[in-house]
Write a protein of this length. Structure first.
Length: 423
């Protein structure tokens, strides 16, 4: 009997049930072992199917709406969504329809809807692919799209919609020799020194992974350390350090690094990555706000809404509703104030968030400058290779967006500022 792909498809539907029905994040589900019982190939397929369906959710719903007089229960609707995505993007109709009908028929509560599933997906198979391509790029939910349009304008938001729908390639940071890593992996060297891989397979099987030649890190996420420009022997405090990409960058530059994170699980990942790459850093599992000492430089990658990472985490706008953002913004201000106390006179603090919301970037720094008379932004530090001067902001920071580098595959949304103490 041919492989129906049922385990992966069933798991993809379950992931959507949890994200869309329970407000859980994909990362949280995967960390909890939701897919651990699957074979590695099925595990990867399930996660990819769920993510791709979420990216195209608006399109899938519009196509399904034509064939439904009312919405079925969430699990059946999610099965139809996954099926519609597959049918509209080139997967053979016979396998998709049969698998989804079998999935629904096995459900203890919804088996009576297998006929509906069959009928709807057969109609989608007939007209879906053409209709799919004619639809606009999916938009973010209104709760998030509204503030982003207000911040950046409708034209920029339309470009970000395209970037989010396209997803994200795999970016690598080299331990020492980026051109060599590009040659080793068949990647492309980006203007800022990261290496971009199109159509990456299993990361751990790629050349250079096991011997720690590189690590995975979006090109935008690699910029805060490049901008901090750590010097050999400088003492650097890395607050909220997990999963450790920036810690490794700092250590590879020869800095004396203290990495802090309040999660022992996440810090375990930092330590695993340091071990794989042969890099050294002192690691502390504790709240960033009780960390003491003075350092030449502090890097604060503050907890935030993560709205800049939607192209690689399409579950975020569907699992969240923005209700927790106010608490995050207040925490960021507290962290800036605490981190400032750890900076030596004449030293520097690099503040960054992977957010598209000005309240978690430009506004935070405007407010911090009012609170601290000895703080100034250093816009000159942002002038590094590959950074467009047009990305600079009025208060002296750097704004990155997913629609930048559209011809190269985009980048995560980020805000970065360098703050100098005294002088």
């Amino acid at each position: 009997m041919a492989d129906t792909g049922l385990p992966a498809r069933r798991s993809a539907v379950y992931l959507l049930d949890q994200i869309l029905g329970e407000g859980r994040l994909m990362s949280e589900l995967l960390t909890a072992g939701t897919l651990d019982k699957l074979e590695p190939e099925d595990r990867a397929r399930a996660a990819r199917l769920a993510q791709d369906t979420l990216r195209g959710l608006e399109r899938a719903d519009r196509i399904l709406q034509k064939h439904l007089s009312k919405y079925p229960p969430l699990t059946v609707r999610n099965a139809l969504r996954v099926g519609a995505f597959e049918l509209c993007t080139g997967t053979a109709a016979h396998g998709v329809v049969n698998a989804m009908v079998e999935l629904v028929s096995r459900h203890k509560h919804y088996s009576h809807l297998k006929g509906l599933t069959n009928a709807v997906l057969r109609k989608v198979a007939a007209d879906g692919p053409t209709a799919w391509d004619a639809l606009r790029p999916p938009r973010l939910p209104k709760w998030l799209r509204g503030p982003l349009v207000e911040a950046w304008g409708a034209d920029a938001m339309a470009r970000m919609d395209i970037a989010h729908f396209a997803g994200a390639p795999l970016d690598l940071t080299a331990k020492s020799d980026a051109p060599a890593v590009a040659a080793l992996t068949g990647g492309t060297l980006l203007p800022t020194g990261s290496v971009r891989i199109a159509n990456a397979g299993q990361v751990s099987a790629m050349p250079g992974f096991s011997d720690g030649t590189w690590w995975v890190q979006d090109a935008a996420a690699a910029l805060p350390v490049r901008i901090l420009a750590p010097q050999p022997g400088e003492t650097v405090l890395d607050l909220c350090a997990a999963p450790g990409g920036k810690t490794m960058q700092l250590a590879a530059a020869g800095a004396v690094v203290t990495a802090v994170d309040d999660s022992s699980v996440r810090m375990g990942r930092v330590e695993e990555n340091l071990a794989r790459t042969g890099l050294k850093a002192k690691t502390l599992v504790q709240d960033a706000q009780i960390t003491t000492g003075t350092f030449d430089a502090v890097l604060l990658d503050a907890p935030c809404s993560a709205t800049g990472t939607i192209r690689r985490h399409p579950d975020l706008p569907h699992a969240k509703d923005g209700s927790e953002f106010g608490d995050l913004i207040a925490m960021q201000a507290d962290l800036i104030d605490h981190a400032w106390g750890c900076v030596k006179p004449g030293g520097r603090l690099v503040f960054c968030t992977c957010s598209l919301l000005p309240d978690e970037g430009e506004v935070q720094i405007d407010d911090a400058l009012e609170r601290h008379a000895d703080m100034r932004t250093d816009a000159d530090a942002l002038e590094i290779p590959g950074v467009d001067p047009a990305w600079g902001t009025s208060e002296g920071g750097l704004r990155l967006r997913p629609d930048y580098w559209s011809d190269l595959g985009g980048m995560d949304g980020f805000y970065i500022a360098v703050l100098r103490k005294g002088g």
